[in-house]
Design a protein around this ligand. Sequence first.
Ligand code: AHG
Ligand code: MN
Ligand code: MN
Length: 326
Amino acid sequence: MSRPGKTKFQIDLRRHLREHYVEENLIHLISEIAEASKYIIHSISTGDLGVAGTSNLYGEQQLALDVLADRILRKRLDHSRVVANMMSEEMDEIIPVSPDCGGKYSVAFDPLDGSSLVDVNLAVGTIVSIFQGCDLLQPGRKQVAALYILYGPRTTLVYSVGKGVHEFGMNMLREYTLLQENITIKPQGDLYSPGGQRNLYTPGVEAFISKLEQRGVKLRYSGGFVPDINQILLKGEGIFFYPHLQGKPEGKLRVLFELNPMAFLIEQAGGAASDGRKPILDLQPQQIHERSPVFIGCKKDVALAEELIRQLESDKDVTAKKKGKT
Ligand code: AHG
Ligand code: MN
Ligand code: MN
């Protein structure tokens, strides 16, 4: 995109979306989510780090910040006039906002991913997945947009509407201005982020991590999905995996509001995202809080993981386990 006059650093989010001919209601929606992030930043820096005294559908204790961030985003989406349905990690079911789907979008979001890291002052984020119309249980490949906001030493926003991946930074005026466009990642990398307990790794995953370590790949794992994925995107290399584990065949991360949006962004940057056998974006979720194992990042590394799982873990094993109790 040639930019006579204005340097790219003065391009704000709304203008960038317009330059990419994004539909007006979607521009409004993404801008509203960006606006909401300002209030989430405020709640992180001033909010109560304690527990909310409630727990979410997973039985996980909700932190006051989880609930606060959820409420901030929910209110914004409720009043945006462009949302049909929404759901989040903190909600038990889909919340209908408007009965008609025409010209509207449905949103799945993780209001504060890695929230338990706030009290040790590590980076956390908000993850958002956007579909056209009313249906949130579609394969992730049908998303029309995905974005995350990373609350780290700097606050940055990364989005894609299917036309590349672009990063914005929050300036002194609390506006998001363009930092870099069309981010891409290499076919193979030198970083790895291994999630889950290694003593519960299955044979294929154990062989995969041993191959990476023999290659001298550097371990980078913060425990926050957003900074860990952001590192892969901005370093242009790496692989994150939270695999199926012995006794936990579904892994940990949720399809609708963690894996689908990040898989969309990583594929847009030339990477891959798999459940160990097939692309995350081709999964047909059966229920809104579905989990899946994930291998996401450099294409060749994802393919290596799939190859070793195919060789060392029969389909029967994995599918039988998948039917097991999570
Ligand atoms: P959330 O805080 O939204 O529940 O997500 C936390 C997730 C994700 O951020 C991270 O990749 C993963 O939990 C880390 O899990 P472990 O603590 O088991 O490594
Ligand atoms: Mn999360
Ligand atoms: Mn969360």
